[in-house]
Design a protein around this ligand. Structure first.
Ligand SMILES: *Cc1c(COP(=O)(O)O)cnc(C)c1O
Length: 456
């Protein structure tokens, strides 16, 4: 077969997935159940319902239903920015002089600038359907808060965002985008919540972490009537919504008869990676195909490559359910000079189990190398990538260069999760030669592992 591959492979609207895929249905080893932090027993939908929307709580705990219908209202919203293109990186291939074929799935084609909108709109939809007044959440770099603000304004819901303090200060424009969409944005840790006041007292001057912000947002949701908490990553429900990425990618590849050899994604909490790889991992699990799947994480926050596979708290305040995952310990706060996103201490329980079972592999990369890859990509492919996405770019480039040595014409697919327009402070550091790499020592990690709860 000799079909010419266009620079951008677009799907028709009618080819957009009508269902999300739940890879747990095909996993022989299911992720361990999430536990109630008070009883240490597996949580039930009833126990999750005061925190999460009921429909989302059901998705969270459902490990047997392989497909969930995407409600028509969500599909209509998706049509504003989807199907997202799968791009053949001809210019990057040429620059590298590689025989490999590189493809990237671009999720930055919406105002929030990342894939996070795929789940934000789903979560806002279920909140609206349940008749809630609003939702609370945390945001780190700001992409999730922006996505959720957009989704909430679309469905006319109140949106309260706790934003990690360091980002709140470094990214005033992100904050203003959220406010433009009607969200209320509070720097975290704040003095608004009990847990925020406690963290501020214990760590004066702290620049915050995702874990702290989650605790504040959960407290805010459970102490206001008609509110629920929503989360932009880590949870299985989020990963399910993000499978729209992988399903479209697979449909686009199939359309041109392309068989991927390698699929690469960046991993913070694991949602875009899980969403991108789920349909492919499903084929591996069912014995239908084989792929090299690589999760890429920062060397400064290396949950998969250096973490423990253990039950841990999902938040610093220890009020969320416990999940068994690859984790650095909920007490882990990445160095403030780490600019490149992906700062969460843990990892999706689905991604963790797939990794533990050897279905996927993982690699960690240092941030100066990541920005070097980002710069090359921006210069040849035109898109200014988000630092998070650039972790995947870095490994895709590494792998393409290996193919140059071996002469292999591998098909390398990676997830380009978003754009980096709001990350110019980080780019500035890189351009000024002031970016440093901070890699935690074993001793520091041990200290953090000591905060792991004793379960089992
Ligand atoms: C949030 C974010 C990530 C990391 O989150 P995951 O849940 O690991 O996907 C990656 N890239 C971009 C652009 C993001 O906004």
């Amino acid at each position: 077969m000799n079909i010419e591959i266009p620079y951008k492979i677009y799907l028709e609207e009618s080819e957009m997935p009508k269902q999300w895929y739940n890879v747990r249905a095909d996993m022989k080893n299911k992720p361990a159940p999430i536990l109630n932090p008070a009883t240490l027993k597996p949580v039930t939908v009833e126990e999750l319902s005061p925190i999460f929307c009921t429909e989302l709580a059901k998705q969270e705990l459902d490990e047997t239903t392989p497909y969930f219908d995407i409600p028509e209202e969500i599909r209509e919203f998706y049509k504003m920015y989807r199907p997202a293109p799968l791009v053949r990186a001809y210019c990057l291939e040429k620059k590298l002089g590689t025989p490999a074929h590189i493809y990237y799935k671009f999720e930055g084609n919406n105002t929030s600038g990342s894939h996070k909108l795929n789940s934000a709109i789903a979560q806002a939809y279920y909140a609206k359907k349940q008749g809630l007044k609003g939702v609370t959440t945390e945001t780190g770099a700001g992409q999730w808060g922006t996505a959720l603000s957009m989704a909430c304004s679309y469905f006319d819901l109140d949106c309260q965002v706790y934003m990690v303090k360091v980002s709140y200060e470094q990214k005033p424009f992100r904050r203003e985008v959220m406010r433009t969409y009607g969200a209320q944005v509070t720097p975290s840790p704040s003095m608004k919540t009990e847990v925020g006041r406690k963290i501020n007292a214990e760590f004066p001057g702290t620049t915050g972490s995702l874990g702290c912000a989650i605790s504040e947002a959960v407290e805010a949701a459970t102490t206001q009537e008609g509110y629920r908490y929503v989360l932009g990553s880590v949870l299985s429900q989020v990963l399910i919504h993000q499978t729209v990425i992988g399903l479209e990618t697979k449909a686009a590849l199939d359309k041109y008869g392309i068989k991927a050899d390698m699929i690469i994604g960046c991993a913070g909490g694991g949602s875009n990676l899980g969403g991108l790889i789920s349909p492919f991992a499903g084929e591996i699990l069912r014995g239908e195909a084989d792929y090299d799947i690589i999760a890429v994480e920062p060397a400064s926050c290396p949950s998969l490559t250096r973490g423990r596979y253990a039950y841990d708290y999902c938040d610093t305040g220890k009020i969320c359910p416990l999940a068994k995952m690859y984790t650095l310990g909920s007490g882990f706060i990445p160095s403030p000079n780490h600019a490149g996103g992906l700062r969460y201490h843990g990892m999706s329980s689905i991604v963790s189990q797939l990794y533990d079972d050897g279905i996927i592999t993982a690699r960690s990369v240092e941030q100066t190398e990541v920005f070097k890859a980002a710069e090359m990509f921006a210069r040849v492919e035109g898109i200014l990538p988000a630092p998070e996405s650039s972790h995947a770019i870095k490994v895709a480039i590494d792998e393409a260069l290996k193919c140059k040595e071996t002469g292999e014409e591998k098909n390398i697919v990676f997830g380009l999760t978003g754009t980096g327009y709001f990350d110019m402070v980080a780019y500035q550091k890189y351009n000024d030669g002031e970016m440093s790499d901070y890699i935690p020592t074993d001793e520091e990690l041990e200290k953090s592992f000591a905060t792991l709860p004793k379960v089992e």
